[in-house]
Design a protein around this ligand. Sequence first.
Ligand code: HEC
Length: 164
Amino acid sequence: MIVQSKSFAPIAGVLAVATVLSGQPTFAHIEQNPVIQPSLRRHAMAETYGIPARYAAMRNPLPNTAKTWQRGAAIYAQRCATCHGVAGRGDGPSGTLLPSPPANLAWFATLPPGRWDGFMYWSIADGGRQFGTAMPSYQKLLSQKDIWAVSAYIRETLGRSRPT
Ligand code: HEC
């Protein structure tokens, strides 16, 4: 959901005009747009400009099997559940302390971007610095295989849990 608020509209307008006038490829009108919830800025970016080229063509190379999901489940429990919650609903104990809440991954996994391998890898590898959020970058903390395993776990397990 993109939150609409008339009071922020002029700020968003100024950011957009500044982008056009400067002639520079800057994405501040999305990355720092106060009208868009921080956890949805990456979605807005992908819808407007696509997934960054280095991630766009990526496909999960791991077999989509229970063994892969189990590997992902262990990583998720160790590194992700504290913010995103055991069932992925964005309600982990550390997550509730953040100024901008962690994404609800159970819901995200059912949306089109949650089905795009490149979007998932981009989120986990780069983290949320670009969008001013606390999502850590796992580029150096996890192997590529681990990132793909936890992606498969989110999509195939958390995304299929019954919504509450
Ligand atoms: C310190 C808290 C924190 C931890 C730990 C954390 N995340 Fe996040 N995560 C966030 C926040 C906040 C967001 C929403 C902002 C964003 O997308 O940058 C997010 C967003 C995401 C998204 C994008 C969802 C969307 O709707 O765009 C994915 C995928 C994700 N996290 C996966 C993970 C995985 C996998 C791990 C563990 C390897 C993890 N996160 C660990 C806080 C955290």
